[in-house]
Design a protein around this ligand. Sequence first.
Ligand code: ADP
Ligand code: MG
Length: 517
Amino acid sequence: MALLEREKRLRYLDLTERDVMLLRALRPLFESHAAATVDTLCERLLAFPETAQILRDRTTTERLKQAQRNYLMRIVEGNFDDAYFAERRRMGQTHERMDLPLQFFLIGFSFYFDLFTPLIRDFLANDPARCQETVVALQKALMLDVSVAADAFIVSDRYRHLQRLDSIMKDSADVIFLLDTEKRFTHWNPAAEQVFGWREEEVLGKPVTLIIPPEVLQSGELERIDSAIAQRGHCHLETTRLARDGRRVPVELTLSQLRDQQKQPMGRSVILRDITERKRQEESKLQSERLAVIGTMSAKLAHEIRNPLSSILLNLDLVRDEVAALAKGGGHSPSEFHTLLRAMDSEVRRIERVTEDYLKFARLPKPQRERIPLNEVIVQGLAFMQSSFESAGVKLQTEFDPSLPPVRGDEGQLWQAVLNVIRNALEAMPHGGALTLRTFRAAGENVLQIADTGHGMAEEQRQKVFKPFFTTKTGGTGLGLPLTQQIIAEHGGHIECESVVGQGTTFTLHLPQATDN
Ligand code: ADP
Ligand code: MG
């Protein structure tokens, strides 16, 4: 910070030789009134808590008064040399170090001006023109002192601190903006201009809804943020914001309550990062993983389809022969046709099942991100399965934690994930048994346990259950659990499996609870 040098400052204030002469002529007046004026000043300053605090201590007060008396006499000495400037600078530093806001420093000078002006009017009552000039000269001298002392505040740590904060705002790669208590923009940094396309002067004073897409507003996000901030003072979420051109920007943001010195809320700071690129990368990674699986699948699919198809073709040949024989009045009973047709039917169904499982995997739609009440989704799904349980001789037991918070995700996919596990459980209990579904909260997660009393698995087998194409069933695809695992992973969760041969198997699904967005 470059400071104004002495000559320049005097020139700016137009403090002339004549002013100096007029000030020097005030010496007798100051000599007789300096002490009383300083006392009055101190009395006035007692009215403010900030200054009263300093004047509480007697020795400090005495030292201060002495310094002030010396100062007043220095003004009427009229020597505005380097030494004078150094003294004024020190005066500013002392005040700054005492933690007095610059305003109080200015108020002190105003009081001096106020106290001396009537004295000067009395003193020069017989020469109004000179009186006027002298008052102006005093004003210039006081202004000079204020301006020099203020430098101390400008170069102070506090000021540097403010400059640093300013630089954090200006040079930050993250978007930073501040809101007042009415959620109107009060600060808007260059990164925010870049991401949203609005310039600072265009947004200041506007409500924050300017950058929130209407569908996000309707989802009640602002209310959720408010309640999170009321509870914890801050809030972190991944959501979408609106750019000037209508573009939806996926963002990760942190909101914090700002408080004044009395700890009263005075708005919010928002630090936000544009995660468009990250989202795109995640998406394409997921996509390439899926493609890799599909590649392996195609080979497998061709193989899976070839067997039933050749058997269907063979059966078709047989049917053709039979029909030909029948036409000739040959003696085959219709039941043989039925057997052949049934065989074809079951092969076609097998193809159907295999291709369906494969396609589910390949076409896994982009999950919807809604707040899902997990218990209800399961209850609804189970309602459609009653007859399957009954015909399998399986007794269903459920234990749902009613206080389970919602999860964020796609209802259809989540049910698909659960259904795959339930189907396996049923298939593991060909002679009936019990199926238990339990939900509960643990370590900030929602947990769903699905336990059967089926044949269970050996450790070696258990380790492979999530591998694509691992199956121990004739006609199995080995894709049910990989699909389940993929869905749970896309929902930010994970799945585990425990099993004891001859006793049963338990799958445990962990899903994160929906956060504020
Ligand atoms: P699929 O059901 O088509 O075989 P999955 O991926 O659903 O494919 O399951 C893979 C394998 O994991 C099954 O073939 C079976 O060996 C084993 N498995 C899955 N769930 C259970 C269970 N509840 N009890 C015993 N084994 C199971
Ligand atoms: Mg299965």
